[in-house]
Ligand binder design. Structure first.
Ligand code: CO8
Length: 303
């Protein structure tokens, strides 16, 4: 069994999910007995909708949290619960992540979760961000991001947490880790994931300048793997997934673990320190001022 899943299981999921977890008949952990199989496979909730096609073993997770699918604590908790449910479902082999919103895949972390919040709340939030990445980057499923809109910062992290990225060929959509533009710093595991995706030099430029790449430019540096017309993003993801699933699961999973384990273990062994760093950084007056200015800029753009 691949190490990735063991690692993420060892460190558990959100508190909510830990409370729901029980052991099932066949020895794998499963979620609360109140979920029927049908419900587990096709959950509908306000922020995320998951549909698992039992005939193909492919689940489509649709983010549907207007206006911009920002990653709030509630959103992340729901995301992790859904991911864990799919991970434990033997019939699910592949996951496609996409958005129901027009123009936006995900605007990244919900800035309001980092602005004017208590240190305790910031710590809880950051733990959920870590959990989202650990579960996605370490998933045993084959994962494809069907990026049908802009995907800055945490949205980009979610995308590069997948195995493959297909983006709408629309120059108005952008993707990248733009943290420095907000006056904040992408943590080491954001950086490591980007380096693993585009290489050291492109990651260095990208991170220092907080670059947001248009879809064609993202393709050029390898931040996304493929561009397709907007109305074909999901169907291309489905076609691509069927090719990925030709590869025997165990061989793909062990290979994925071999490629990603070191990066995952680095966060796992520094998890508490990373939370402490985030909380002390984000609650600084100067950082709070930067975030306020950024929020004002976002609002004024509309005016
Ligand atoms: N969080 C909270 N609210 C947001 C966010 C966000 N990330 N992004 C947009 N919004 C709000 C806007 O303020 C606006 O609110 P309102 O309607 O009340 O005025 C509403 O969502 C709609 O936004 P737009 O009008 O801008 O929507 P568009 O469709 O025109 O544009 C974009 C969509 C391109 C996604 C645009 O909103 C955008 O660029 N957003 C900002 C994205 C961004 O910079 N995110 C960075 C978040 S930080 C992060 O993810 C990593 C942090 C790591 C921390 C490390 C510290 C140590």
């Amino acid at each position: 069994m691949a190490n990735v899943l063991r690692n993420s299981a060892k460190f558990g999921c959100s508190g909510v999910l830990s409370q729901l977890s029980i052991h099932s008949r066949h020895g794998r952990e499963c979620v609360s007995p109140c979920f029927s199989l049908q419900q587990r496979n096709n959950s509908t909730s306000p922020k995320i909708k998951v549909d698992l096609d039992n005939s193909t073993g492919v689940a489509v997770l649709r983010m549907q949290s207007p206006p911009v699918n920002s990653l709030s604590l509630d959103f992340l908790t729901e995301f992790c619960i859904n991911l864990e449910k799919l991970e434990m479902d033997k019939s699910c082999r592949g996951l496609i992540i996409t958005s129901t919103l027009s123009k936006v895949f995900s605007a990244g972390l919900d800035i309001m979760e980092m602005y004017g919040k208590s240190p305790e709340r910031c710590g809880e939030f950051w733990k959920a961000v870590q959990e989202m990445w650990l579960k996605l980057y370490g998933s045993n499923m084959a994962t494809i991001a069907a990026i049908n809109g802009s995907s800055p910062a945490g949205g980009c992290l979610m995308s590069i947490g997948c195995d493959y990225r297909i983006m709408a060929d629309n120059p108005r959509y952008s993707i990248g880790l733009n943290e420095t533009q907000l006056g904040i710093v992408a943590p080491f595991w954001f950086k490591d994931t980007l380096v693993n995706t585009v290489g050291n030099r492109a990651a260095e430029l990208s991170l220092e300048l907080g670059l947001l790449y248009s879809a064609p430019d993202a393709l050029k540096i390898g931040l996304v793997d493929q561009l397709v017309p907007e109305d074909q993003v999901l169907s291309t993801a489905q076609d691509t997934m069927s090719k990925w699933l030709v590869v025997p699961d165990h061989a793909r999973q062990i290979t994925k673990s071999m490629m990603r384990k070191q990066t995952i273990d680095k966060l796992l062994s520094n998890r508490e320190a990373d939370i402490t760093n985030f909380v002390s950084f984000i609650t600084k007056d100067s950082i709070q001022r930067s975030l306020r200015m950024y929020l004002e800029m976002l609002k004024s753009r509309k005016a």
